[in-house]
Design a protein around this ligand. Sequence first.
Ligand code: GTP
Ligand code: MN
Ligand code: MN
Ligand code: MN
Ligand code: MN
Ligand code: MN
Length: 202
Amino acid sequence: MWQMASGQLSRAGALACTGCRHACHVMLYCDTKTQLFGRLPIRHIILMQMRFDGLLGFPGGYVNPSEETLEAGLSRELLEELGVALPILVEDHVDCCHAPASSPYSSSRLITHFYVKKMEEEQIREMERTAASTATDHGQEVLGMVRVPLYTMKGGGGLAPFLSHSFIGNARSKLVDSLLRLDLVAPEELHTALAHSLKLHA
Ligand code: GTP
Ligand code: MN
Ligand code: MN
Ligand code: MN
Ligand code: MN
Ligand code: MN
């Protein structure tokens, strides 16, 4: 389990909030030996999605803890958005926090929970297929699943332009945090890509 940063909520603390709404999203990923153009190792497949609102985010959605556990609710969202009933465990919970308030005079009543789950490559590939075929939300709330390019090409293509897109909520920082903490991209390469992405975004 990762250590909790100060100011962060625990899962139990979040559930104790009466009148709060909850949303749960998950980063599903695997290792892979696949190479782009037969020479550039892509190293890992990380699944994100293009949402109906044009923003990138992780699969998942709203959960009502009075009707289902956070993890069962996330599982249900994955069935809707990916077409696969994937069991999510309490151990997969990474952290949660209040979404930023829309006004400085009100505190946010939405708590977003972030999960990470490592899969087998074949499971990830199967979810990409079902997401585009049998998932009920395909083409509606979810415009398509996308993989995160984790490499940097000569000329700067790859991770930096991906990070310069617009993301929902704190999805971009959750992605960057996870790349670092799970050692999916070398810190130096990530640092360079982050700096480059901000210039592209401007
Ligand atoms: P409905 O079925 O239409 O209710 O959508 P949903 O249940 O799939 O909800 P959605 O995935 O849109 O997530 C609900 C809310 O959580 C969003 O409106 C955002 O505020 C927030 N959210 C969405 N995606 C992410 C994400 O990847 N990370 C974080 N932290 N928050 C997200
Ligand atoms: Mn949904
Ligand atoms: Mn969703
Ligand atoms: Mn939903
Ligand atoms: Mn829905
Ligand atoms: Mn929605």
